[in-house]
Each structure stands twice: as C-alpha cells, then as structure tokens.
Write a protein that binds this ligand. Structure first.
Ligand code: HEC
Length: 304
C-alpha cells in the first residue's frame, strides 16, 4: 500500500510543480522566484486564465507598469475568457482599479454593448457569490433581469433565486416586479415614483460650482448611471434615473444611502487607494442642511 502511495505521489508532484504558485508559499528566495514566474506567465503573449488567477495572489506586482498595461488591454480582449479573467482579477484585487485607466475600462465593461461579455461577468458571480458585494455587479444583475437577451435575463434570474438576500435590494426588487410580474415580490415598499419625478430628478440637472451636473459626470457610470434626458423621451429617461437611483439607496437607514452620502465627500487625492473610505470622485456637491439633501431624505423617509 505504501508503495502505491509513493508511486501516486511521484506521478502527481511534478504536475503540482508545474502549476503557478500562490502567495501563501514561503517568502524569501522562493517567494521572489514565485513572483518572477507569475510575472512572466502573465506577461506572456498568450497568457492563460491561470496566469490571471495566480496574479491575484501577488497583488503587489500590479504596481508594475507593464502588468498594468497588460491588464488594461485584457479588459478589452476579444476573447471572452480573457476578458472574464481580467474582470475577476479586478474584483479580487481592488487595488488594481486604483489606476485611473484600468478603473475606467473596468467600469465600462459592466455597461458595454457586448451581451456575451456581460453574461461572462454574471457567470463569475454565479461561481463566486462574494463578487456580489460589488455594487457594479448588483447593478448589472438588476439591468440584466429585464434584458432583451434571454440568456442574460435567465442567468440574472437564477442568481437572484439562489441569492435570496438580493431580492430585498430595491433595484432588484423593482426589476423583478417588472420582469416576473411580481413572482418574487419581496414586499418592499419602493420609494415614490411621482415624488422622484417632481422633486428628485430635477436635482440631477442642477449645475454645481464647477458648472457640472450629476448627469454630466454620471452618463456612463456602471452604478448610478444617469443617461442624459433626450427631448421627447423625458418620461422614459426619468424612469431610468429612478431605477439607477434605487441602486444607491438604503431604505432601512436612508441617511446611509450612497445617493446622499457620496456628494457630501471630498474627492480622493489623485492616485491614492481609498478602499473603505467614503470619498466622492465628483467632490462635495452638498451639505446635510442643503435643500437637495433634505429633499432626498424626504423621498426615502416619507412621513409615516
Ligand atoms: C465632476 C464629476 C461628478 C459629479 C458632478 C458628480 N459625481 Fe458622483 N461620482 C463621480 C465619480 C468619478 C464617481 C466614482 C468614484 C466614487 O465612487 O467616488 C462618483 C460616484 C458617485 C456615487 C457612487 C455610485 C457610482 O455611480 O459610482 C454616487 C451615489 C454619486 N456619485 C452621486 C452623485 C450625485 C447625486 C451627484 C450630483 C449631486 C454627483 N454624484 C455628481 C463623479 C461625479
């Protein structure tokens, strides 16, 4: 029996040795050799998905410019499996998206025109549900639920069936109420559409000191996506803005809603990684006593 185990080990070990290393292996000479191998595998012209996976264990390598460029390019790869591996890397290693060019392309990936690519992101979430902590993904799921592409809609639906907690998210609940004719009614009372149309939507069109409106900056955002209002389609656009707003609200604690708190924050210093700190890329837009803030709070916390 022992001979048999030895034989099996002899057969398996060389194979294991060929796999790309993980950071959990000892640091020191082997550690830097491992990093060297991961770097080389990732920079290879036809880098395989495993190289992206291995890189997630060596996030410090992403400080290097050639690796950043490779990741940037991979986010636009025509090969869906490479695109998907690049997205997974960005979701696993948030520091990767501290670089403006990578962050921009990463954000755009969630709203791109290629349904196969959006589908590949949903499949990532099916395989690793911790990715659903990212609001970009939740937003994508809420949009996919009513997508015309049947595969996208089906995958999104199976996700929210598995992950029941999602059904209580306002944006998902609203999308479900349209796509499945309230099959999964979470019993949520969604904030009022008429109040939104009359009082909230106009706020998104008010210029700040920099002469920018929320819409100016938020046209292509993966989360609070505020497509500009076109003449003649105002009602539809307002509904779109309503749906986008549902992704950044907290009905239990309205004052914690990103929709209210983001515009209270300063812009993050250029080139810094501010995970866990609430900063707003667009800088301060209002204070707690400004009418806009109060109107939003009123919308989310109607008089009982
Ligand atoms: C000058 C550009 C700019 C303006 C104007 C702006 N924002 Fe933003 N906003 C950003 C950027 C960049 C981010 C993404 C980075 C971050 O999370 O701060 C962001 C993020 C957000 C988020 C988090 C969700 C998301 O889409 O990333 C919310 C909510 C938000 N902004 C609300 C607002 C509201 C409400 C207004 C108008 C009162 C506004 N913003 C105006 C640039 C802007």
């Amino acid at each position: 029996m022992r001979h048999l185990i030895c034989l099996v080990m002899l057969l398996v070990l060389p194979l294991a040795g060929a796999a790309l290393p993980r950071a959990s292996e000892p640091i020191g000479e082997t550690g830097s050799q491992n990093a060297e191998r991961v770097r080389a595998a990732f920079l290879a012209p036809e880098a395989a998905v495993e190289a992206f996976e291995a890189l997630a264990s060596f996030p410090e390598l992403l400080q290097e410019r050639p690796l950043q460029i490779k990741l940037f390019r991979s986010l636009a790869s025509k090969k869906v499996e490479i695109f998907q591996a690049a997205i997974a890397l960005c979701l696993r290693v948030p520091q990767a998206t501290q670089f403006a060019m990578i962050r921009r392309r990463f954000n755009l990936s969630f709203v791109g025109p290629d349904a196969r690519k959006r589908q590949s992101i949903l499949e990532l979430a099916l395989a690793e549900t911790s990715f659903l902590k990212d609001l970009r993904l939740v937003s994508l799921v809420s949009e996919a639920l009513s997508a015309t592409d049947p595969t996208l809609a089906k995958t999104a639906l199976s996700l929210v069936r598995e992950e029941k907690w999602m059904q209580r998210l306002p944006a998902i609940a609203e999308a479900l109420s349209r796509s499945t004719k309230s099959l999964y009614s979470a019993g949520l009372k969604l904030p009022d559409v008429a109040f939104f149309r009359n009082k909230v939507a106009p706020i998104f069109e008010v210029q700040g000191e920099d002469e920018k409106t929320c819409i100016d900056c938020h046209k292509g955002h993966p989360i609070l996506r505020l497509k500009p209002v076109e003449p003649g389609s105002k009602a539809e656009q307002t509904l779109e803005h309503y749906r986008a707003s549902l992704r950044v609200i907290d009905l239990e604690k309205p004052e914690n809603s990103l929709l209210l708190t983001k515009p209270l924050q300063e812009a993050p210093p250029e080139g810094t990684y501010t995970s866990g700190v609430n900063r707003h890329g667009g800088g301060i837009r209002w204070a707690r006593e400004t009418p806009e803030y109060r109107t939003l709070l009123q919308w989310l916390r109607p008089a009982k």
